[in-house]
Write a protein that binds this ligand. Structure first.
Ligand code: PMP
Length: 407
């Protein structure tokens, strides 16, 4: 028996139960926002709106103002609605499919449409496309964003390529930050489709792990400058600022797109949860205060990421073909295995009591062509558990590689 096998067996004997499958905030992070539970002293918004009643489809003025400050856009170009930015992304896509962009035919009437999907990427983006019948085209992702030569070539040639998913900062799962030049090329590139859209998911805009608060060019400004003011929809939420699923979500875009959104979304709701918006604005106050709260998240998260990186360094540093990302923000580490080893590693980890995101999940249709990527989500387990979990993952990977060499 190899020493890896005996170490793995001993690990399995500990009968641990650790979940590292999703990027969920840990309870102590959620506790940072417990003040949200305090009763509000008024239900009136600044403009006198009674937040308990219907209305205000684009969000409370103070909630729009807060996101405007956070996203560096005018408040008139922001809608605050729903508690999940994913639902806003979904609806933007569905409205394009059913009703079309302003002055354009519905995507459903334009044949089989496609989206460009930088990979590895966010599984829930890909599920939206799959469920709504949009074909997905893989685009390789580097440290500074998607392969722009390929993107430019594809969008210039095919009018049925209607959109592209972008997580521009601290991407899920690789932690990539788009270079300034990538942002500008995306804004300026020639697309065969006049109704081409960038779904700019700024989910990790404030979620720094390093000392530096990295900033990249604002896509709406860049698109406007390049003469494509309606190209981008920007999405953000407070899911990983306050409470995941009980926060506020926002979209920002051009004035024409905001009018288009309002007309489309107006038929599905008589107004968002403005009481929640009011309590959030009272709690979050302004961008400086949000930055201070995010620093407290960072203090909790950074040691967890360090614990994983430390174990990987110790146990995988000498293993050929294995690498991992060292993110400067966001919620994930991308562990890259030798070809054909990701699936087996995830299943060995499962047997050893560690639940990971299924291998392949970070790719359209769940298919990682080389079976190499494992998304590691260090946020939810406690600091004490996280190093142990990373040890178990590393042992599983070592064992998977040794098994394959035995064959
Ligand atoms: N986008 C990305 C890239 C994410 O990683 C996540 C959460 N894992 C979300 C969106 C979900 O955001 P929300 O809770 O606002 O729907």
């Amino acid at each position: 028996m190899t020493s890896t096998q005996s170490l793995y067996d001993a690990f399995k004997e500990r009968k641990l139960k650790l979940d590292m499958s999703r990027g969920k905030p840990a309870p102590e992070q959620l506790d940072l926002s417990n003040e949200l539970m305090a009763p509000l002293d008024t239900y009136l918004a600044a403009d006198g709106t009674d937040t308990r009643n219907y209305g205000g489809g684009v969000g409370l003025p103070e909630a729009r103002a807060l996101f405007a400050e956070l996203l560096a856009v005018p408040a008139a170009q922001v809608v605050v609605d729903s508690s999940a930015s994913l639902s806003l992304m979904h609806d933007v896509i569905v409205y394009h499919l059913l009703n079309g962009a302003p002055d354009h035919a519905p995507w459903l009437e334009q044949g089989q449409v496609s989206f460009l999907c930088p990979v590895p990427g966010y599984d829930r983006h890909f599920s939206i496309c799959e469920k709504r019948g949009i074909k997905m085209i893989n685009i390789p992702m580097g440290d500074d964003g998607p392969d722009m030569d390929l993107v430019e070539k594809l969008v210039a040639a095919d009018a049925r390529i209607k959109g592209m998913w972008c997580v521009p900062k601290y991407s899920n799962p690789g932690g990539a930050v788009y270079a300034d030049s990538v942002v500008r090329r995306l804004a300026a590139m020639k697309t065969a489709a006049p109704d081409f859209r960038l779904l700019w998911d700024d989910a990790y805009r404030f979620h720094h792990l390093g000392e530096e608060r990295i900033a990249i060019p604002e896509i709406l400004d860049e698109c406007a400058k390049a003469g494509h003011p309606d190209r981008a929809f920007v999405f953000a939420s407070t899911s990983k600022v306050t409470w995941a699923g009980s926060g506020m979500a926002a979209l920002a875009s051009s004035p024409a797109n905001i009018a288009w959104w309002t007309a489309n979304a107006g038929v599905r709701s008589i107004g968002p949860d403005k009481v929640n918006q009011l309590r959030h604005v009272r709690f979050l106050k302004n961008a400086d205060n949000v930055a201070a709260l995010m620093e407290r998240h960072r203090q909790l998260l950074k040691p967890k990421f360090d614990a994983v990186l430390d174990q990987f360094g110790k146990l995988l540093g000498d293993v050929e073909g294995v690498s991992w990302t060292v993110p400067q923000g966001g919620y994930f580490i991308d562990l890259v295995t030798p070809e054909g080893q990701a699936r087996r590693t995830v299943s060995l980890a499962k047997e050893a009591g560690i639940t990971l995101t299924p291998a392949g999940a970070a790719f359209p249709y769940g298919r990682d062509p080389l079976d190499r990527h494992i998304r590691i989500a260090p946020s939810f387990p406690s600091l004490a558990e996280i190093g142990v979990a990373a040890e178990g993952i590393a042992l599983s990977l070592r064992l998977a590689i040794e098994e394959s060499q035995d064959l």
